[in-house]
Design a protein around this ligand. Sequence first.
Ligand code: A2P
Length: 273
Amino acid sequence: MDVKPVTEIKTKPVPTLPDAQTVTEVEHYTDRLFRFRCSRPQSLRFRSGEFVMIGLMGDNGKPLLRAYSIASPSWDEELEFYSIKVPDGPLTSKLQHIKAGDEIILRPKPVGTLVLDALLPGKRLWFFATGTGIAPFASLMRDPDTFERYEEVIMMHTCRDVAELEYGRHLVESLPDDPLIGEFIGDKLKYYPTTTREAFPRQGRITDNLASGKVFADLGLGIDKLDPATDRGMICGSLAFNLDMKEILEGWGLNEGANSEPAEYVVEKAFVD
Ligand code: A2P
């Protein structure tokens, strides 16, 4: 009798979305802010500080994508994102409801100028962020390369309220004990959080605290401005913030750099829906 070999049909889970990644964790901080983690495509390589397009399938069957800075370090096996929630925002009004197990779309093509390679070598690196603009720095602060290249790293972050600082505060406080990055950081990282609309030990806009020299005095740096010979800056916030920061840094003689032409500072707009 003829016995036909049985062909085993292997079933592979087929992603329901193109470039689908699975959400693994979601944490809400306020009614305006949340963070989530998702699986990472095996092929995705990125430089700390870069962003990718992520999103969900829109009601019209077309992907609804926005630029999001990757907040996790390049050595992390998952990806982390930090997002605002805009009630009428086409994407974030939906994205804020994701939960572990859901799928998001992620285009694995990282780009961006907030990368160490776009800066000339220096001694002190400044991160200037408002709101969710801290996301690329959450990646850079967990990158050993940041602390190998600079003697000192200063993270300035300003939000309206204390609760909005929580993501950054928790991250910065956890770094010295981090088994992977802790030893690189030592005492090199200085954190300068401020609020503008709620009482907090340190208050005021980053721009005002730089222009008045308050931050230099508070941190005991013994300087009254950034020096283009030694200081490097990375800016990420709203358009108005970025423009005001550029004016301050250019006034001190720092020039804007790019991947193709490294200089003294780089800037990128934080994602806003
Ligand atoms: P302020 O409360 O004085 O407007 P938002 O939540 O609107 O994105 O703002 C985040 C933080 O950025 C707030 O603390 C806000 O201060 C501050 N901010 C907004 N615009 C500027 C700017 N042009 N320069 C400096 N800080 C700014």
